[in-house]
Design a protein around this ligand. Structure first.
Ligand SMILES: Nc1ncnc2c1ncn2[C@@H]1O[C@H](COP(=O)(O)OP(=O)(O)O)[C@@H](O)[C@H]1O
Ligand SMILES: [Mg+2]
Length: 266
């Protein structure tokens, strides 16, 4: 059974208002998607293609106009009580904007331990221990726990942000452009750490990005979203090449000095 299944998901937003004629902006159009436990899937698409909207729907933060999201066999919009809490523990989202994810007056350690206070049975000592373990897993040190957010660099803060998402040992982590503001060296280091976690703990990842090179480094499979539709669904290997113009544009953006390499047909 897939960890996550998306069936015929469509979504849109009302436009206009009091003074303008009301319309409807279609954002996602009949999305079908599957993600296996322990799999790393890339969701690639240009800005405005609907990636973040899809992430919000996967988390149940918004209800789709049509279709459904099924996690571990249960429809996400039907979850109540303990099963809803379990879903909250199991699926975590990390955004690009780390500073806004932290309370500026609280220590980094306090923020990382926040999900542990709400959704785990760990006592204070065990939470401290887990916080240090998480910081180290992301290449930070225990002493960073005592610092305030403004006392960390942007890259350190984003690592702390990812550490917090991992606190409850989720089975799926959605990274929505979560590495986009970091330099290339740090991006690749973090992906290596997350890859180790995937191998050791079977955590699944959905890497949302417009950067094909990150997908190549990290993902086993990739889908390309273009204007709300999935136009490519491919295994990531050395021969990865897209056929749809949207996929080819992302590929060309990666190699501006070279022509788009076309897949050879036998
Ligand atoms: N809450 C909202 N209300 C109205 N329009 C929205 C809302 N959220 C997203 N959109 C629109 O949906 C489209 C897709 O946005 P988004 O999912 O953020 O794309 P991406 O993450 O791929 O850049 C955009 O045209 C955006 O303006
Ligand atoms: Mg987005």
């Amino acid at each position: 059974m897939s960890l996550l299944q998306v069936h015929g998901l469509s979504h849109g937003y009302a436009t206009g208002g009091l003074l303008r004629r009301r319309g409807w902006l279609a954002v996602l159009d009949r999305i079908d998607l599957q993600l296996q436990a322990g799999e790393s899937l890339g969701l690639l698409g240009p800005s405005g293609s609907g990636k973040s909207t899809l992430a919000r729907l996967l988390l149940g933060l918004e209800t789709p106009s049509q279709g459904e999201v099924v996690f571990a066999g249960a429809a996400v919009d039907q979850l109540r009580g303990e099963r809803a809490r379990q879903f909250q523990r199991n699926v975590q989202l990390v955004f690009q904007d780390a500073p806004s994810a932290f309370n500026p007056r609280r220590s980094i350690g306090w923020s990382i331990a926040e999900p542990l206070r709400h959704l785990s049975d760990l006592d204070a000592a065990a939470r401290r221990e887990r916080t240090v373990e998480l910081l180290e897993q992301m290449g930070l040190r225990g002493e960073h726990a005592a610092r305030l957010p403004h006392q960390l660099s942007g890259g350190q803060l984003q690592r702390a942000n990812i550490a917090r998402a991992l606190a409850l040992s989720p089975s799926l982590v959605i990274l929505d452009e979560a590495l986009s503001n970091l330099d290339r060296v740090l991006q690749l280091q973090l992906l290596q750490r997350l890859e180790a976690l995937r191998r050791d703990s079977g955590t699944a990842f959905l890497l949302i990005t417009h950067d094909l090179s990150l997908v190549r480094h990290f993902c086993q499979r990739v889908v390309v979203l273009d204007a709300g539709r999935i136009v490519e669904d491919r295994v990531v290997d050395a021969d990865l090449a897209f056929e749809h113009p949207a996929g080819q544009a992302l590929q060309a953006a990666l190699l501006p000095e070279r022509p788009v390499k076309r897949r050879q047909r036998l």
